[in-house]
Design a protein around this ligand. Structure first.
Ligand SMILES: *Cc1c(COP(=O)(O)O)cnc(C)c1O
Length: 410
């Protein structure tokens, strides 16, 4: 079968990932049933325009490996976009986190501290390395790691002689954690900070880019993130030694000798040139994506905030969220329907929405882990709903709003 790389339909910037698939993949829908209204996804991949040409040039160049000039060009562009001096592009955000844990020296039995309200990938590499995870609650003003709780818990841990190997704040749904306060609490005890900024490229905290000020930060270019390469990630730092070391581990820890000498063992975590070519084009759209996501959020607020029992993820005065996802809170008693009823009503008309992350200390996979605090995370999980937040056609977001409005207590 000949692969056709030029789509015959689908406008540039078309949000739906499925539009052109029929032309290039050997399968078709049966076609007998009438087309239902287009499904509205939570955060679908979006093309910036120019990806096709970049891919074609890359394929022609024969630079396909996770090495060479294209990943390097992506790293240079990402240094610019992220505000960090040193960048290692990786095969995923989770791989970047794994490398971060490795170069910070996490070993079995070490403690790793992270907020409970996050995606599992924040801590799964550390848990798989044998670390014990301690979860902490988030603060209600930003939904990110509570610096006061952290400061007290660190002092207590220091008294008990069990300080964590690393603290991992998470920039949640496009919102930066209060990194200055977190870093100063950790500096007091010499504990490094690895910022999981996978959801928050383009956001700012206290006037600085997401993650800036942490020893290390990681980002993701997965399909649902604000910038996608179809997969990929980055580990960044302002310390060149850390990124040099991470780069070594990311390429199987090969020493520079013709016979592949290995003093230690690494991983295959490089970023393919093919994906880097897509990522380079996508990065150029970052600023406009942030503006678009913030506009989506503002339209939800304008369309729903007057309803009883409805509120939205707050934005603290010191932060500027990218609003990667628009998140709404539903007080069931006042609104007249709970989060799951709203989610079900949206799903019934092909609109995807999702509960706020289930706190990790409630996940069976982390049974027995220590949790410090927890009421804020649990409350947000019970009431929080992530709404479609990517590019939507005019009228589509109005449809989402209309479905929710109809459920409100009269
Ligand atoms: C997406 C995400 C990751 C993982 O990134 P991948 O590229 O999917 O491996 C890590 N942490 C958080 C908070 C995320 O949302």
């Amino acid at each position: 079968m000949a692969l056709r790389l030029t789509p015959t339909s689908g406008a540039p910037g078309e949000a739906s990932p499925s539009a052109a698939l029929g032309n290039i993949l050997p399968f078709r829908r049966s076609g007998a049933e009438a087309d239902p209204p287009r499904r509205i996804h939570l955060s679908p991949p979006q093309l910036a325009g120019g990806e096709m040409q970049a891919l074609e040039e890359t394929l022609r160049s024969r630079w396909l490996a996770p090495a060479g000039p294209i990943p390097r060009a992506f790293e240079a562009a990402f240094a610019e976009a992220s505000g960090f001096g040193e960048v290692l592009a990786t095969s995923s955000g989770t791989a970047a986190l794994h490398l971060g844990y490795r170069i910070l020296g996490v070993t079995p039995g070490d403690e790793v501290w992270a907020p409970s309200l996050t995606f599992v990938a924040t801590v799964s590499p550390a848990a798989q390395m044998g670390a014990r995870i301690t979860f902490l609650d988030v603060e209600p003003g930003s939904w990110t790691l509570d610096p006061d709780l952290l400061r007290d818990a660190l002092a207590q841990a220091a008294r008990e002689g069990r300080l964590p190997r690393v603290v991992v704040p998470v920039d949640l749904y496009g919102q930066c954690a209060d990194l200055d306060a977190i870093v100063s609490a950790c500096d007091r005890w010499g504990v490094p900070v690895l910022s999981d900024s996978a959801e928050s490229l383009g956001a700012q905290g206290r006037g600085r880019a997401a993650g800036k000020g942490a020893r290390l930060a990681c980002f993701s270019f997965n399909g649902n993130k604000i910038i996608t390469a179809g997969g990929g990630g980055a580990l960044v730092s302002d310390d060149p030694r850390l990124i040099t070391s991470a780069r070594h581990f990311s390429m199987q820890a090969k020493e520079s000798s013709p016979h592949y000498q290995h003093e230690t063992l690494g991983y295959s975590y490089g970023f393919s040139s093919v994906l880097a070519a897509v990522g380079l084009v996508q990065l150029r759209a970052l600023e406009s994506r942030v503006a678009a996501r913030r506009a989506v959020f503002a339209r939800y607020v304008a369309g729903l905030a007057d309803l009883p029992g409805i509120s939205f993820m707050p934005e603290p005065a010191w932060g500027r969220s990218s609003r990667w996802l628009s998140v709404m809170l539903i007080d069931a008693d006042r609104f007249g329907a709970d989060r799951e009823v709203v989610r079900g009503a949206l799903e019934a008309v092909r609109i995807e929405s999702r509960p706020v992350w289930k706190p990790l200390h409630l996940q069976p996979a982390f049974r027995g882990s220590r949790m410090i605090g927890g009421n804020v995370s649990i409350g947000l999980f019970e009431r929080g709903l992530c709404l479609p937040s990517g590019a939507m056609e005019p009228g589509e977001q109005a449809r989402v709003i209309e479905v929710i409005r109809r459920l409100a207590r009269a």
